[in-house]
Design a protein around this ligand. Structure first.
Ligand code: FMN
Length: 366
């Protein structure tokens, strides 16, 4: 049993607690953040995509040039780049980083957000388009033999790609909680990304994904990525006090219209966020240390489920998900850089020690 850790890339010191209006890139901070992840044993960093934000490819190239081991997850929306161009761009960055690139596909959970960049397909159509997109990338990476493609969303003739990924392919990740997400991700992805739900619901989602993999005739199945926002302190008591300060700040900022989820924001269209808001109605604390008021305070915008406690409490909660089969653990805080360093110092080592104990225990009974 093993596990790898995912963080997210921040380009400047702005945070959800202390948001800087229209922040520009702080190159020194970007490099310092990326190197801290490398130094503290994180395995991946996600470079997210938003219609109003920085270009993930150039940020990714900067992270690659300034780090040694960390893998770079490029978030990509099919409507923003033609698939043949994406195949070459991802393979180029993969060669530059000596094989450290992953692509995370976003079908696009919001029609409004997609329309901002000229995408007027329905969500169902966006997932169908994603299916063609992934097939084209895989074919383009497979061989430099010219090929035609005649799909519903993409048609081209005699495209030949000379830029090959270092390991023959770039791992493909898909995130979401809708039926379409399970179908496309389950049948085609190497990695499936989920937001932080209680153990029972996460198990259900994992079963759905594996069912789709089987239905597609796959011998393998996607690795499972789960996402949390740990609020850690020396003791559980101190962590809960800190959690309430974080919540107060999130609610204050929201009331002031700061941040990306104003009070007037409509209910989210994507299923992943809808599920989180439903779960939040069932109670603030779920399972060992999952905390949902941060979900409600941000209208479940993106990764919003907190895990609250001492390093041991949080490590034990993460080990619960690893036992479920999720071996990619995405954790990011609210005090971005300082939290990433704290996680590297106190949480990652405890989870890895827990996994070692489990392996030894298994060896003893074998
Ligand atoms: C782990 C994870 C990471 C995601 N990253 C992004 C992102 O960077 N930008 C974005 O617009 N959507 C992101 N999403 C949203 C989804 O990719 C997706 O398009 C949307 O939520 C569709 O959702 P649905 O199928 O659950 O309705 C992410 C989702 C997950 C689970």
């Amino acid at each position: 049993m093993s596990a790898e850790f995912i963080s997210i890339t921040f380009t400047n010191p702005s945070t959800e607690l202390n948001p800087v209006p229209q922040p520009s890139i702080d190159p020194k901070f970007l490099v310092r953040y990326a190197r801290s992840l490398d130094d503290y044993g994180f395995n991946y960093t996600l470079i997210p995509y938003d219609s109003s934000s920085f270009d993930p490819f150039t940020i990714g190239a900067t992270v690659a040039a300034n780090t040694k081991n960390i893998k770079i997850i490029i978030a990509l929306r099919p409507n923003t780049i033609y698939p043949t161009v994406a195949a070459k761009a991802l393979a180029t960055l993969d060669q530059l980083s000596e094989g450290r690139v992953v692509v995370h596909f976003i079908a696009g959970g919001s029609d409004v957000e997609q329309a901002r960049e000229g995408d007027f397909l329905t969500k169902e159509q966006r997932y169908e388009r994603l299916e063609e997109y992934i097939h084209i990338l895989r074919r383009a990476w497979q061989s430099s033999e010219p090929f035609d493609f005649d799909g519903r969303y993409y048609q081209f003739k005699q495209f030949s790609n000379q830029v090959r990924p270092v390991n023959g392919t770039v791992p493909v990740s898909v995130g979401g909680s809708s039926d379409e997400a399970y179908r496309i991700g389950g049948s085609l992805a190497d990695i499936f990304g989920l937001w932080g739900e209680p153990l029972a619901e996460t198990k259900d989602q994992i079963d759905r994904i594996y069912t789709e993999a089987k239905r597609a005739g796959r011998k393998d199945r996607p690795r499972i990525w789960v996402t949390f926002r740990p609020i850690v302190a020396e003791t559980d008591e101190l962590a809960w006090a800190k959690a309430h300060r974080v919540l107060d700040a999130l609610n204050e900022n929201r009331a002031k219209g700061l941040g990306k989820a104003p009070v007037s924001a409509p209910p989210p269209q994507n299923v992943g966020s809808q599920r989180l808001l439903e779960i939040a109605k069932r109670g603030e604390v779920q399972d060992r240390a999952l905390w949902y008021p941060t979900v409600t305070a941000t209208n479940a915008r993106g990764a919003s489920t907190a895990l609250v406690g001492s390093p041991q409490t949080i490590a034990d909660s993460i080990l619960d998900y690893i036992d479920l089969g999720a071996d990619l653990i995405s954790i990011r805080g609210y005090d971005n850089l300082n939290d990433a360093i704290d996680y590297g110092r106190y949480i990652l080592p405890l989870v890895r020690a827990g996994l070692k104990e489990r392996a030894e225990a298994q060896r003893d009974v074998a």
